[in-house]
Design a protein around this ligand. Structure first.
Ligand SMILES: [Zn+2]
Ligand SMILES: [Zn+2]
Ligand SMILES: [Zn+2]
Length: 487
């Protein structure tokens, strides 16, 4: 148990809280403090994405306001990333932050390149915090590399004393508790206000404001909302045609570079090769490596002036112009716990001749199917093609097959026709799970492909295929087992 742990200040960076503890503890080395609090052996990386926080939380004495949730939400860098992760990804990261075995894999690299190497301060926040709380501290919002001005004071941030160039870092007791550098230079006197004349200055300010907006609204912003908005805007601005494909004659890449200018993007830390040929597809679909959050912020500014406009502006309904609509779509697997629930969020569309194909896959069960619509009218066409019944279905079908396995194998060997059952059986819908189950049952009774096909009103070849598929699986299993036995 610790003797004490300092209370946090508003928007204080987690590292700054640990640093204040370090100074008060009298321990000579920061690294020892890190080990004592979190059982980690690095400093900077663990400030950017902490780990083993539960160890710390269990050791803070007395009543306090800390929780895993509050540290992550109010003092870590993660809230800016959160809207761009799926629930599952985010949950894994949270688990890591609480307690880690080994190396943190997800999230750490994506955050690292967004956070400034030197600690940055707003000269006026230094003064204001000192007057209000009796000491100055590190603000989280100022540490994102692309935030170059304080969203509260509209002043440029500093990462070293403008007079003596002494840098601000976590090592060697170089963080500031007072608004003076260690050579006693009064830092608020260096506050340089933005004047918003040029396009660049306006942009720098907008990016700082929008970053702040993201952090404050992380709860209300989620990946599906962003995906939907991108689709709406891309349609409205004509980057996507109503058939759901990228338009060839309009290039988001070119327009984006023209809107911001390559020089201004460089000031914000974006290099031209980050705006590559596929950037529109990756960022608008939020698929693949789309984790440069500044690019998202800029896209939103490009589309509607600011992040809050982008997310809040009511669009005229574009739904009728999107093939298969904008989802989510129902899972069609009767065995899935999400059956007929709108659980599918991604639709992959492609076009061939006059038809647009949409492929839908349920994450819950793996069931994958394709629908078609007319390219001109976007009217859905009849028929659903099941590409893959998914792992859940396969597993259950295998279970049923096993019940009849021996009888079926025997029947296949003899292939001797039995007398038809007299009982009238009701035949379920073809290819439904009940239908396939019945097929196993009927075949093991009548012992003939032909007879089974007749009773189930399908073709001999279908019956054969279904049975042989399971046969192959079993032979494969037996083979690998016998190999094991030899070894
Ligand atoms: Zn400030
Ligand atoms: Zn100085
Ligand atoms: Zn499903």
């Amino acid at each position: 148990m610790l003797n004490f742990f300092p209370n946090p200040y508003p928007d204080e960076d987690f590292g700054s809280i640990v640093y204040r503890f370090f100074k008060l503890s009298g321990t000579p080395y920061m690294i020892d403090i890190m080990y004592k609090l979190l059982q980690v052996k690095t400093i900077r990386n663990r400030f950017i994405l902490p780990k083993n926080l539960l160890i710390l939380l269990n050791n803070i004495p007395g009543k306090h306001s800390y929780s895993l949730d509050s540290i992550v939400k109010e003092h870590s860098y993660l809230p800016l990333m959160k809207p761009f992760y799926t629930d599952k990804e985010y949950h894994n990261i949270l688990k890591d932050i609480g307690m880690t075995k080994g190396r943190i894999v997800v999230g750490s690299d994506q955050l690292r390149h967004m956070i400034s190497n030197q600690v940055r301060y707003c000269p006026l926040c230094l003064l204001e915090d000192y007057q209000k709380f009796g000491e100055s501290y590190v603000h989280r919002i100022h540490q994102y590399k692309f935030v170059q001005v304080c969203p509260n004071h509209h002043t440029y941030l500093i990462s070293s004393c403008p007079e003596c160039q002494q840098p601000f870092v976590y090592y060697n007791r170089r963080l500031l508790g007072i608004p003076y550098c260690s050579n006693k230079h009064y830092l608020p006197s260096f506050a340089q206000h933005t004047v918003y004349t040029g396009a660049l200055e306006k942009l720098i300010h907008q990016v700082a404001d929008d970053t702040s907006f993201f952090i404050q609204n992380e709860k209300k912003i989620y990946i599906e909302l962003i995906r939907q908005r991108y689709l709406d805007y891309a349609l409205k601005k004509g980057y996507i045609s109503p058939n759901g494909l990228m338009k060839k004659n309009k290039s988001l890449k070119q327009d984006f570079l023209g809107f911001f200018s390559v020089e201004n993007l460089e000031v914000l830390g974006i290099t031209i090769n980050q705006i590559h040929r596929k950037f529109a597809q990756i960022y608008l679909n939020l698929q693949g490596n789309h984790y440069n959050i500044l690019i998202h912020i800029l896209l939103m500014i490009y589309f509607s002036g600011s992040v809050s406009n982008f997310l809040n502006q009511k669009m005229t309904d574009t739904e009728p112009f999107i093939p298969f609509g904008r989802g989510p779509w129902e899972c069609l697997n009767e065995l899935c716990s999400k059956y007929k629930q709108k659980s599918i969020v991604v639709c992959q569309r492609y076009c061939f001749r006059d038809v647009i194909y949409g492929t839908f896959q349920c994450e819950n069960c793996g069931y994958t199917f394709t629908k078609k619509c007319n390219r001109e009218t976007l009217q859905n066409m009849d028929g659903i093609y099941v590409k893959d019944k998914g792992w859940l279905w396969e597993m259950k079908e295998e279970e049923v097959y096993k019940l009849y396995k021996e009888k079926i194998q025997l029947a296949q060997k003899l292939n001797k026709r039995n007398r038809i059952q007299d009982k009238k059986i009701e035949i379920p819908e073809r290819n439904s799970f009940a239908w396939i189950s019945l097929l196993f049952q009927v075949y093991s009774n009548v012992k003939s492909y032909k007879e089974t096909a007749r009773i189930l009103r399908t073709t001999e070849i279908t019956v054969k295929n279904i049975l042989i598929r399971h046969q192959i699986k079993i032979t494969q299993l037996n083979k690998s087992e016998s190999v094991k036995n030899i070894v």
